[in-house]
Write a protein of this length. Structure first.
Length: 85
């Protein structure tokens, strides 16, 4: 049940330990790895990193992994014009 704490391992996977997930409302979901993600087409994406950033905006070129494409892009400031004659 969500919101409760239970230290009992899942019966389907007795050796499994809980994974920590951190949600950033303006960015990716961070998951302690290793991680396997089953995609819509049934393929499995796997990462063995100790923390994985999972894309939630679907803008990433490396989906399902986050490549920070969700960050707003700022235009570079125009170079100052030389006003001295």
């Amino acid at each position: 049940m969500p919101g409760t704490s239970d230290s009992t391992p899942c019966p389907a996977s007795p050796a499994a330990r809980a994974r920590r997930v951190s949600v950033d409302p303006l960015g990716p979901v961070l998951v302690e790895g290793p991680v396997e993600i089953v995609l819509d087409d049934g393929t499995v994406a796997r990462s063995d990193r100790f923390v994985v950033a999972v894309c939630t905006c679907r803008r990433s070129r490396t989906y399902p992994w986050c490549d920070t494409s969700h960050r707003p892009r700022e235009r570079a400031a125009a170079p100052p014009e030389d006003r001295n004659p």
